[in-house]
Design a protein around this ligand. Structure first.
Ligand code: F6R
Length: 608
């Protein structure tokens, strides 16, 4: 996600802020900016694009001052542009704010502030914060910040610098990480350890609902109610490379662990008080949905596997027929596209050449295109008629994990939104499903607590050269993703098979000890999959079953059983994928591969 750095002390802040921002560059961003308190007050330099562009701007017009805040932005509201880059200010240029996270109620706050006469210059959700602080400022900056954040709903880590009290920096955390670095006669704010590691290893980690008031020589920690708190100063022993990965060995493992947060961010502001789904900021309306007679989904690779699940979700919830195509095939197969065909393009990067070409083909034929993408301002986002952003944050590892599972969350919400628009689901069922969606991040957190058992299973398969994944229905689509994940990073050859199809040929490949990973998470298909497990077992397969908690029956046939928590059947892939990602991850690391950069692959495939 975005990066924050803040400095107050005895040194000139420009170089320190730029240095900190550069250390956050690896996380991905689309623009950068700084605000520094100079002799003339608050001054800003912001730039769309690389930090080097901001640096060029600062070389031409340097800023000198002992307190400042900086930001690398990964757009969530409003395209990447100079105006949308942080820091944001109030109209009088007295307050500057950098923010990570999403303010769910920003549209409502913006309307209220506009009524009061505040003028907005960006499309961001963040700008409401600077105006709110200005509105509440009555001579006490910490008090104004406290009052301002009491109006915010959503996730925020913010750093505030004000011309009113330039000897202070304020930091607040709610559901988005923030740390305070403590130095000698200088203090720091960082969204991540790498931002400040060059200067100090002593840090306070803020918890949700905590605020820090930094001066050059002091850090005061308090709750949002204004009560002072004492906290242990921690010493960071990580080296820089470890710090970049948040203490994990690889970006992939870090991103697997980021899934609960990615799920929350993708759902944020879209689930309405347990009674509905809305997509603020997108033009997709219930009326349009009612006009849709066919849906085509186009995507590549992992995004295609998410689309296969999306098809089943939409068809089951709405009964609208859905076709899924590999984008590279779609454009050449002369698809039948009509004015009432909705084409959904799914792409993490939003730059995949085949997906772009497929959606262009669809648009030419008169279809409306809805994009599900993770990158605001990407080509897919720019060319689509409607966009549903996943908010998984930048994905650095080549193998997609959190982007895939956030695409599933997007499909669940889209399916429910469509079902409600078409009246194919009643309010009570919707409320129940929304409650189950909200539980998913907690269920994934619980799964991530037991990685050791998956690592042991990975040891068992890591020496093999071939294996099978089998499953039925949603499990078959999930098996395809699990198989791709294993192949791309461990280089073990694997095939995903519809469990009922194996006996039509490929069963011939099963021999003594062949690992078969059987996904059996769909209650209605459990008995059928159990018979398929017996089929392979009888041919000597070593069976690892993945099923729902409580289905202990499978222990009688399978050699190992992985359990995942229960949720609504359509939502199960978003929990079941986690042990499968871990299995691929551990198999690859045991084989000694560079998990983040598998051979022959690129993160974004911009050629046909
Ligand atoms: C595999 C993987 C790729 C991508 C595919 C499409 O882990 O990441 O298969 O899913 O190249 O990329 P996007 O989603 O950026 O269009």
């Amino acid at each position: 996600m975005c990066g924050i750095v803040g400095y107050i002390g005895k040194r000139d802040s420009q170089g320190i802020l730029l240095g900190g921002l550069k250390k956050l560059e690896y996380r991905g961003y689309d623009s950068a900016g700084v605000a520094i308190h100079t002799k003339t007050g608050l001054e800003l330099r912001k730039s769309k694009g690389r930090i080097s562009e901001l640096e060029t701007r600062l070389e031409a017009q340097p800023l000198s001052g002992f307190a400042g805040i900086g930001h690398t932005r990964w757009a969530t509201h409003g395209k990447p542009s100079d105006a949308n880059s942080h820091p944001h200010t109030d109209n009088e240029m007295n307050i500057s704010v950098v923010h990570n996270g999403i303010i769910e109620n920003h549209l409502q706050l913006k309307a209220e502030l506009e009524q009061l006469g505040y003028r907005f210059v960006s499309e961001t959700d963040t700008e409401v914060i600077s105006h709110l602080i200005a509105h509440h400022y009555k001579g006490d900056l910490p008090e104004a910040v406290r009052k301002a954040v009491s109006h915010l709903r959503g996730a925020y880590a913010i750093a505030v610098l004000s011309a009113h009290e330039p000897d202070k920096l304020i930091a607040v955390r709610w559901a988005s990480p923030l740390i305070i670095g403590v130095g000698e006669g200088e203090n720091f704010i960082g969204s991540d350890i790498p931002a400040i590691l060059e200067h100090t290893r002593s840090v306070y980690i803020l918890n949700d609902g905590e605020m820090a008031v930094l001066t050059r020589d002091n850090v005061e920690l308090m709750t949002l109610e204004g009560n002072f708190i004492a906290k242990q100063l921690l010493r960071i022993e990580w080296d820089f490379v470890m710090a970049e990965k948040g203490g994990y060995d690889t970006f992939m493992l870090k991103e697997i662990h980021e899934q609960p947060r990615a799920y929350r961010d993708t759902m944020r502001g879209r689930l309405l008080e347990g009674t509905g789904i809305s997509f603020p900021g997108t033009s997709l309306s219930a009326r349009q949905i009612r006009g849709v007679k066919h849906i085509h989904i186009v995507a590549c690779g992992t995004a295609y596997h998410a689309a296969l699940i999306g098809k089943q979700v939409i068809e089951r919830l709405t009964r609208i027929p859905v076709e899924v195509d590999l984008a590279s095939e779609y454009r050449y197969r002369m698809p039948v596209i009509g004015a009432n065909t909705l084409v959904i393009a799914v792409s993490q990067s939003g730059e995949t050449a085949d997906t772009l070409a497929a959606m262009r083909e669809a648009k030419l034929a008169g279809a409306r295109v809805l994009a599900i993408t993770n990158v605001i301002g990407s080509s897919v986002a720019r060319e689509a008629d409607d966009i549903l952003f996943t908010h998984a944050g930048p994905e650095i590892a080549v193998a997609s994990t959190k982007a895939y599972s956030s695409q599933l969350i997007a499909f669940y919400m889209l399916g429910l939104f469509m079902a409600r628009s078409l009246n194919t689901i009643d309010r009570a069922a919707l409320t129940e499903m929304i409650a189950m969606l909200e539980r998913l991040p907690y269920q994934v957190e619980r799964l991530l607590e037991d990685k050791e058992s998956i690592r042991r299973i990975a040891e068992r398969i890591s020496g093999r050269e071939h294996l099978f994944f089998i499953g039925r229905g949603l499990d078959y689509s999930l098996a395809m993703e699990a198989s791709l994940k294993l192949k791309e990073i461990s280089y073990i050859h694997s095939e995903a098979y519809a469990a009922g199809e194996l006996k039509h040929g490929s069963l011939a490949l099963i021999e003594e000890g062949t690992p078969v990973i059987a996904l059996a998470t769909q209650e209605l298909l459990l008995e059928k999959t159990a018979s398929n497990i017996k089929e392979v077992k009888a041919r000597g397969a070593y069976v690892i079953a993945l099923t729902l908690e409580g289905n202990e029956e499978l222990e009688k046939t399978a050699d190992q059983v992985i359990y995942v928590p229960r949720t609504y059947s359509l939502f199960t892939p978003s929990v079941a994928v986690v042990p499968l990602q871990l299995l691929a991850y551990y198999a690859a690391s045991i084989r000694g591969h560079d998990v983040d950069k598998p051979r022959n692959l690129a993160k974004s495939v911009t050629v046909e």
